[in-house]
Design a protein around this ligand. Structure first.
Ligand SMILES: C[S@@+](CC[C@H](N)C(=O)[O-])C[C@H]1O[C@@H](n2cnc3c(N)ncnc32)[C@H](O)[C@@H]1O
Length: 227
């Protein structure tokens, strides 16, 4: 499964176009993330599934972050991430590995963990394990910020994917038909969106004290889970 995901994201130009045209509302989501970061004196930030880190680099320009760790399966995305971070004045590390393997080795190290459009690739059991490991990797009082695909409470995964795919086909006009067919294959074979209720249940089980929704639209949502 991760091999397929890695291969898809090594064709970074496809997803880069999605970001460029703001098809997954990165601008709106990162506005909220920037506001959140500016409210706090955070220092260590772990970005799981960082991709090319284009938007995070943009908002970290004048932040308090002193250490940034970008983790991704795709070497192509990480090469772009390093370029996007070239002028960002903090300690930065880019590591090519599976986010689950990485987080399992960390303890009380990070003020913030961000996982953006990366954990919908995990099964429900893996998501549960991910939340448990993130609890251990965060410092006391730290926050896990997740922006991702979120289905409605009464919607199955397959209904969400059908509804989303229809939306992409009608609205992602800059994509070629070949790109759309690769996206379609990726979505239907690798994406497992959950509902808010499921995220909330896992978070409570894994010791998070508070869950807040910082951004929401018809397909995507940004949550802050605090310890
Ligand atoms: C949709 S992109 C999102 C990139 C970036 N966070 C953003 O918001 O633009 C998902 C990224 O997660 C990475 N990814 C997916 N599953 C992963 C895993 N198990 N371990 C590490 N990276 C993963 C992919 O390679 C890809 O770069």
């Amino acid at each position: 499964m991760s091999k397929q995901i890695k291969e898809f994201f090594n064709q970074w130009n496809i997803y880069k176009k999605v970001i460029k045209h703001n098809y997954m509302f990165h601008i709106e989501i990162f506005q909220k993330l920037q506001y959140f970061l500016n409210q706090h004196q955070h220092q260590n930030l772990l970005d799981l599934g960082c991709g090319d880190a284009y938007h995070i680099a943009r908002i970290l320009k004048n932040s308090h972050i002193t250490n940034y760790y970008g983790i991704d399966l795709s070497e192509i995305a990480l090469q772009e991430a390093q370029q996007n971070f070239a002028t960002i004045n903090c300690d930065k590390q880019f590591i090519q590995t599976n986010l689950i393997d990485f987080i399992a080795t960390q303890q009380a190290k990070f003020d913030i963990i961000i996982a953006g459009y990366s954990i919908h690739h995990l099964t429900l059991t893996e998501k549960d394990n991910f939340f448990a490991q993130a609890t251990i990797a965060l410092k006391p009082g730290g926050s896990l910020l997740i922006y991702d695909l979120v289905r409605c409470e009464d919607e199955t995964q397959s209904d969400y994917l059908d509804r989303w795919w229809k939306y992409c086909l009608n609205n992602w006009k800059a994509m070629t038909s070949e790109e759309l067919s690769l996206i379609k294959y990726h979505i239907y074979n690798n994406d497992y969106p959950e509902t808010f209720a499921i995220f909330n249940k896992i978070a409570i089980k894994q010791q998070y004290k508070k869950v807040e929704s910082l951004y929401k639209d018809d397909f995507y949502e940004l949550y802050r889970f605090s310890l």
